[in-house]
Design a protein around this ligand. Structure first.
Ligand code: BTN
Length: 334
């Protein structure tokens, strides 16, 4: 078994212990058996159990018998993911953190260090999750999916933003398959359910003038949050709030990565038209929506008029001029 390690990634033993306990959930497994399976001393198992508890995993000890989990934790262990993603682009290098500042930050570092395409960096909790336009991304422990994917596509830098939209489409399909919810996409990167944000995508890249070196697609999904602090409560929601049911992060993530791989291969094979057409077909924001576009201190109102070939949003201003929105915030104008 290989386990990717970096400072702060989940220790191999901890991940293996969690996998054994989760696979035998609610059954008592002896410390000796666990020690044998992981290949460590029983004292190390005891230490790892303490560490897991410190991370919020409810491991119970039964005197003289062993350990069991009080409930099946919805933790995205690299082993479980790797098993489910065997043979896929994203099943090879999985970096898991119980806590990190930002998975995009880690992925950028890996990209610069020459990490191959397909690396998956995920965290149960982010302390400095990055959102678009310098905003923060709330990343409550084990409630959402916080994942970054490292890609090395042969694309011109102008085409890279299409990956943001493509990721939105992949996430939309995964959410629909897992929960039955229909998600709206707000250009370029918001996933909305009943007008509230349940996910977002932050794409960052390193490129030469004519060629992308690598792209990081960071995806944040609000899955099992029960509420959001302060102001966020009025604009954000989670799949759990919208369905009234707990959603398996593991199943959703596996689905998302499979969809993403299919969509990515199709995009590289067939070009951007498939992405822009699909986006236009499913996003209520693509055509005929009254919006206000804000970029720094400048802002204007208009009506959306589809997407350009590179996926940029076209907005017909009230004075009749059609403007291509390169960056900025798009909000529904009422
Ligand atoms: C947005 O809508 O503003 C984009 C949010 C992107 C959040 C994800 S969570 C995983 C990855 N790591 C980060 O620091 N940000 C992205």
């Amino acid at each position: 078994m290989t386990q990717e390690t970096l400072p702060g990634t989940t220790d191999r033993r901890l991940a293996a212990l969690l996998t054994i306990l989760a696979e035998n959930a609610t059954i008592v497994t002896s410390g000796v058996r666990i020690a044998r399976e992981i290949g460590v001393a029983p004292s190390t198992v005891r230490r790892s159990v303490r560490q897991l508890r410190g991370l919020g995993v409810r491991v119970k000890a039964q005197r003289g018998a062993g350990y069991f989990l009080e409930g099946v934790p919805d933790i995205l262990t690299p082993e479980m993911l790797r098993q489910r993603l065997k043979g896929s682009l994203f099943g090879k290098h999985i970096y898991h953190f119980f806590k990190t500042d930002s998975t995009n930050r880690v992925a950028l570092e890996l990209g610069h260090a020459g990490e191959p395409e397909g690396a998956v960096i995920l965290a149960e909790e982010q302390t400095a999750g990055k959102g678009r336009a310098g905003r923060a991304w709330q990343s409550e422990r084990a409630a959402g999916i916080y994942v970054s994917l490292l890609l090395r596509p042969r694309l011109a830098p102008v085409q890279a933003p299409l990956l943001t939209m493509m990721a939105g489409l992949s996430a939309r399909s995964a959410i629909e398959a897992q929960t039955g919810l229909t998600t709206d996409l707000k250009w370029p990167n918001d996933l909305l359910v009943r007008g509230k944000k349940v996910g977002g995508i932050l794409t960052e890249m390193h490129a030469e003038p004519s060629q992308v070196r690598f792209v990081i697609v960071g995806i944040g999904l609000n899955v099992n949050q029960e509420k959001f602090p302060g102001e966020l409560g009025t604009t954000a929601s989670s799949l759990r709030i919208e369905t009234g049911k707990q959603v398996s992060r593991l199943e959703l993530l596996v689905w998302l990565l499979r969809e993403f791989e299919n969509d990515y291969n199709r995009f590289l094979r067939e070009g951007p038209a498939g992405v822009t057409q699909k986006f236009e077909a499913v996003s209520s924001y693509a055509h005929g929506k009254r919006v206000r576009v804000t970029n720094g201190t400048a802002s204007f109102a208009g009506t959306t008029a589809g997407l350009g070939p590179e996926g940029l949003l076209l907005v017909k201003r009230d004075d009749g001029l059609v403007v291509t929105v390169i960056s900025g915030d798009v909000a529904e104008a009422r």
